[in-house]
Design a protein around this ligand. Sequence first.
Ligand code: GLN
Length: 513
Amino acid sequence: ELPSMTSSTQELHLQSLSELAVTLQSKKASAVEVAQHFLQRVQADSTGAFLNVNEQATMAQAQASDARLAAGKGGCLEGVPIAHKDVFVTRDFVTTAGSKILANYRSPFDATVVQKLANGVNGQIGAGMVTLGKLNCDEFAMGSGNENSAFHAVRNPWDTTRVPGGSSGGSAAAVAARLTPAATGTDTGGSIRQPASFCGITGIKPTYGRASRHGMVAFASSLDQAGPMARSAEDCALLLTAMCGPDPDRDSTSLNVASEDFSTQLALPAGDKPLAQAGKGGQPLRIGVPAQWRGQGLQPDILHAMTQALSQCESLGAEVVEVSLPHAPLSIPVYYIVCAAEASSNLSRFDGVKFGHRASSYADLTDMYLRTRGEGFGDEVKRRIMIGSYVLSHGYYDAYYLQAQKIRRMIADDFQAAFTQCDVIAGPVAPSTAWRLGDNANDPLAHYLADIYTLPASLAGLPCMSLPVGLGDMGMPVGLQLIGNYLQETPLLNLAHRFQQVTQHHLAKPEGV
Ligand code: GLN
């Protein structure tokens, strides 16, 4: 297919991923030129989205891409730039996970997801993307506003007095500000969906186990999952296809399921009612809205945007039905017990011995541990380590951790019951649009409560995404959350893509971008 006139003449940072791929393949611009264009934008950026760049490394990757393009041996996104959340380890760039304890840490290898998006793993061909740098995030991905970054906060490009969301706040801000056409994120309890929603972009967390966690700095291993953040469902489908797939030697929880070609599967029947036969057995696609998610505590402009988006889906042939997730409200206590427990264990590796920061003076080994960790971790990380150690300790394990695991199963079972009545679940991503920097800074509980809509799918390990469905009262973006059953990413991406074909919300961009 030939690029349309508009796409080939459009400025590089406004082109979609497939447009950029065509620009590169047809030699309208080289990978070096494309990388330079984006790096210039990164240099002029004032959102604080990037934590580090390494121009030399980026240029070397771009030159290698140009060589592959010249030889006709490129990957599917050869030479197209991407930036990675700073929890993915990278050989060419410092990796900090947003923490002082890893300041200046350089990994000896690339995360599997990073490799797959670049040169590929074990001689398999990768997507061929060029890395622009590493993106800011909450320390060890703990947070919802990116204000827990040990380095600096990120400003939302839609309103620079507001947060971009978190923990993948740098990823969302960088895509929204067109500093990069695509980014990786990680989602433990909402960290792809919520910042995507706050910044008006599209992001998807696949089924737990679809993407390898090898080389992702661990926060809560039973929940952590990588996913793409970009401008459209179409772009996310391309990235997700490249990122997923089994990694049995390096991540024992990775699923033994080949990655699907999510992009070609976007080709549903055309016509004005493309969703009329997109459900099970050729029935209309049924979208279930949890009764618990339409009311109390939800900002009215979000409810309004969500309702409009759902009626748009109905006009595309979908049916909206009510479902119930009775245990979903318990997700907050369950998640904050499970994630803290796992974090307290995962973060024990940061002891001043193996990597990262070590206190400069200390009396003995214990004192070295205490000082290193005392200096290296921020308040939120310390809070979770303490909660996690408490809930795992003798006498409290049964009362908290085991109890939480049981309710986690009930939350997952609620979804299975709901999926007998619908193909896809839809609801809000967060109870509010992006808040002001500094709001609730001393109230961690307020932030925990705001995770109410994203935590259930995380605890169940289900695929879920956020897509932009308009601007709310303050001119801030609103996202719609879609949740699918296990390995059912395709219906989510399809629904989002159909919606984006007939609406403009995903094309809206912040002023001045
Ligand atoms: N906001 C949630 C937390 O602070 C989720 C973070 C995440 O998904 N990494 O834990």
